[in-house]
Design a protein around this ligand. Structure first.
Ligand code: SF4
Length: 194
């Protein structure tokens, strides 16, 4: 019996795994932690994007699948689709955009409040797709700036999810001052957007 006790005492003590890392002194404590405004606002923007679906044809059907329970876009904080440009910050363009529709798309984009992002879903929205004709816009980036292109005809929902995660990365890492920068102003000037 005493032999067993001696062995237990001699065995090295196993350390409990650390689950939470301690922050540096002065940055954490009871009831507070310190971070930067860029980081905390970026995190909030990333996880609360409100999409405006601008769907004109078959890619829109693929988007319906994306919103349904199997793929469940709500996991990304996006269950609230907005059909009001003023209350959305992610314009998702899916489908063939006729040249007659281009001014409408542009109007919707300009009505959205900053900060805003644009995802072009599928070959038609990104490049006109197979419709190389007189009536089809050969890519929405001829009238509005695009942040992420998702290829495919139609893209699989997994591809669109990947595109949305890319938008999330942009939203999270964008500095608060980018929208006031000369670079962004030049981009809008290029598109003749005030
Ligand atoms: S990319 Fe293909 S699936 Fe999507 S709108 Fe064009 S033709 Fe339809």
């Amino acid at each position: 019996m005493s032999n067993q006790k001696d062995q237990a005492a001699a065995a090295p003590k196993r350390e409990r795994p650390t689950i939470l890392q301690e922050g540096p002194p002065g940055y954490t404590g009871q009831g507070f932690f310190a971070t930067s405004a860029d980081k905390v606002i970026g995190m909030a923007r990333k996880n609360s994007l409100w999409p405006l679906p601008f769907a004109t044809s078959c890619c829109g059907i693929e988007f319906m699948s994306l919103m349904s329970s199997h793929y469940d876009l709500a996991r990304f904080g996006m269950e609230r689709l907005s059909f009001s440009p003023r209350q959305s910050d992610l314009l998702m363009v899916m489908g063939t955009i006729a040249k007659k529709m281009a001014p409408v798309l542009r109007e919707v984009y300009t009505q959205m409040a900053e900060p805003k992002w644009v995802l072009s879903m599928g070959a038609c929205a990104s490049s006109g797709g197979i419709f190389d004709t007189y009536s089809v816009l050969q890519g929405i980036d001829r009238v509005i700036p695009v942040d992420v292109y998702v290829p495919g005809c139609p893209p699989r929902p997994e591809q669109v999810i990947d595109g949305i995660m890319q938008i999330q990365q942009l939203a999270q890492n964008e500095g608060l001052r980018r929208r006031y920068s000369k670079e962004y102003e030049d981009l809008l000037t290029k598109y003749k957007i005030d």
